[in-house]
Design a protein. Structure first.
Length: 94
């Protein structure tokens, strides 16, 4: 091998396999949730773009902006977690 530990070995011999599995589960859950939020933002943007009434369009865009800012904060927090915890953990195994 190349000095790295295989996943089979990790699950059988690691002192922290539950940490690895927890991190992988969290990664999947957060990616699924973030991807779903992107789809909703996209749909909402399309709706605002189709709106012909200026006041309604501005209201829709204001709400979209608020949700986009909230999403960006969640994405930043997720990225920081990946950098701080997930990537170092994965690099130990690959």
């Amino acid at each position: 091998m190349n000095g790295k530990t295989s996943l089979a070995t990790v699950s059988q011999d690691s002192a922290r396999p539950t940490d690895f599995m927890y991190a992988v589960g969290r990664l999947k859950e957060e990616h699924d949730r973030l991807n779903e939020q992107v789809k909703v933002l996209y749909t909402d943007a399309l709706e605002a773009g189709r709106e012909t009434d200026a006041d309604t369009a501005l209201r829709l865009l204001g709400g979209l902006r608020e949700r986009t800012v909230a999403f960006a904060l969640q994405l930043e927090a997720h990225s920081e977690w990946e950098e701080r915890e997930m990537f170092p953990l994965v690099s130990d195994y690959f």
